[in-house]
Each structure stands twice: as structure tokens, then as C-alpha cells.
Design a protein around this ligand. Structure first.
Ligand SMILES: Nc1nc2c(ncn2[C@@H]2O[C@H](COP(=O)(O)OP(=O)(O)O)[C@@H](O)[C@H]2O)c(=O)[nH]1
Ligand SMILES: Nc1ncnc2c1ncn2[C@@H]1O[C@H](COP(=O)(O)OP(=O)(O)O)[C@@H](O)[C@H]1O
Length: 197
């Protein structure tokens, strides 16, 4: 995409960027799609969440998440530093508020990769947010991806699949659904949605 008056930003000058929320069941491929999009468009900004979950091998503090303990997470909530937060499969996750608002005020598109509860909270507080649901091609493929990733113990996978059933039932609450068959196609479609007025 051609450079614009915003320098490295992919945003055409006449578009007012807004908040895009990407949600979908664990294992559907959210991180993979976002990583691919950012490899093609490194200038796209993704909010880094705080979480009480332990890092997986290869995950880096401040890059994939801000890894905090329960006490630190309590403080973030108490100080009003989170735009939203939710408990998911036994851990807490939250979006740091200031960084998101700064980016939006600077006229840059913002992407949040958060769970269904978080998406609902964002919808309540920011009514022009666009909610995008990432769906698997089939339930069997979702189970295959979540299991194949090999990062969770069997009981954790069970919890995540139980949460996935709830998330899949909420698809109609989203503005758009993208089916993650091809990572490249979905990443392209997601970026196009982020840049749409
Ligand atoms: N509400 C909320 N959910 C989040 C946040 N960050 C991550 N999540 C969601 O928490 C869930 C679990 O994330 P994670 O443990 O990284 O597992 P994965 O998404 O399956 O790789 C996913 O649905 C994420 O989208 C956040 O800041 N707020
Ligand atoms: N379109 C796709 N086709 C096949 N496998 C995929 C696709 N997208 C993601 N995956 C694989 O599925 C697994 C889960 O993806 P991940 O991005 O970790 O999901 P999420 O962030 O939604 O939990 C990973 O092993 C990833 O390589």
C-alpha cells in the first residue's frame, strides 16, 4: 500500500480510524492472523494486554502480554488503568486504557485481540468500535488446532473448548465474521476492515 500523509501509516488521509476488536474461540487462529498481518504491515498497532496467565515458551513480557501477578492486576483495576478486563479459563486479562486512547487520539487505527466478555464491554463503552468475529471452518478443525498447538494441558484444553462453545453461540453479536481458512486472506480482510470508515 502506498505511503500517505501520515508517513508510515496505512490509513488514507480521509478516514477516521477507529477501534477494531478481534475475538473468537481459543485456537481459532487469532494470534496467527494478527502476527501475519503485522509481518506485512508492521505499522499496525496492536494493544498489548496485561494478564495473570503464565508465559508460554517463546512469549515475551511487553511484547505478547504484560505478565503480572494477581496483586499487580488488582492494582491495575483499582487505579482505573484498564479499559476492560475479564476472567478467561482461570486467568485474568485486561486492556491498558491509556495506550489505546492515545493511539485513537493520534488518529491511528487500534486493534484489540480480546475475548467475548471484553468485546461486549468495549461495545458498551465505545459505540463506534467494530467487532470482528474469527470463526473456525468447523468445530473439528478448531479442536484440531487447539490440541495441535500443544501449549495447554488436557484439562486446560477442556476449559477452553467449553468457553469456545459459548463464544461460537455469540457470533451474531458481532458486526462481521471472518472464517479462518486461509491466514493470508483473513489478515488482508481484517486490515481492510480496520481501514474502512
Ligand atoms: N477481555 C480480554 N480478553 C483478552 C485480553 N487479552 C487476551 N484476551 C483473550 O483471552 C483469551 C485467552 O488468551 P490466551 O491465554 O493468550 O490464549 P489464546 O488466545 O488461545 O492463545 C483469548 O480469547 C484472548 O483473546 C484482554 O486484554 N481482555
Ligand atoms: N488458517 C489456519 N489453518 C491452519 N492452521 C491454523 C490456521 N490459523 C491458525 N492455525 C494454527 O492453529 C493453532 C492455533 O492458532 P493461534 O493463533 O494460537 O490461535 P488463538 O490465538 O486464536 O488461540 C496454531 O497452531 C496455528 O498455527
Amino acid at each position: 500500500m502506498a505511503a500517505t500523509s501520515r508517513g508510515t501509516s496505512p490509513v488514507p488521509p480521509d478516514v477516521r480510524p477507529r477501534l477494531t476488536v478481534l475475538s473468537g474461540p481459543s485456537g481459532v487462529g487469532k494470534s496467527t492472523v494478527v502476527a501475519h498481518m503485522r509481518s506485512v504491515h508492521p505499522e499496525v498497532w496492536l494493544s498489548v494486554s496485561a494478564t495473570t496467565r503464565k508465559p508460554r515458551p517463546g512469549e515475551r513480557n511487553g511484547v505478547h502480554y504484560f505478565f503480572v501477578d494477581d496483586e499487580e492486576f488488582d492494582k491495575l483495576i483499582a487505579n482505573g488503568e484498564l479499559l476492560e478486563w475479564a476472567e478467561f479459563a482461570g486467568n485474568r486479562y485486561g486492556t491498558p486504557r491509556r495506550a489505546v486512547l492515545d493511539r485513537l487520539e493520534a488518529g491511528e487505527p487500534v486493534l484489540l485481540e480480546i475475548d467475548l466478555q471484553g468485546a461486549r464491554l468495549v461495545r458498551q463503552s465505545m459505540d463506534d468500535a467494530r467487532l470482528v468475529f474469527l470463526a473456525p471452518p468447523s468445530w473439528e478443525e478448531l479442536v484440531r488446532r487447539l490440541t495441535g498447538r500443544g501449549t495447554e494441558a488436557p484439562e486446560v484444553i477442556e476449559r477452553r473448548l467449553a468457553a469456545a462453545k459459548v463464544e461460537l453461540a455469540a457470533e451474531a453479536e458481532f458486526d462481521t465474521t471472518l472464517v479462518n481458512t486461509s491466514v493470508e486472506d483473513v489478515a488482508r480482510e481484517l486490515l481492510a476492515l480496520m481501514l474502512q470508515a
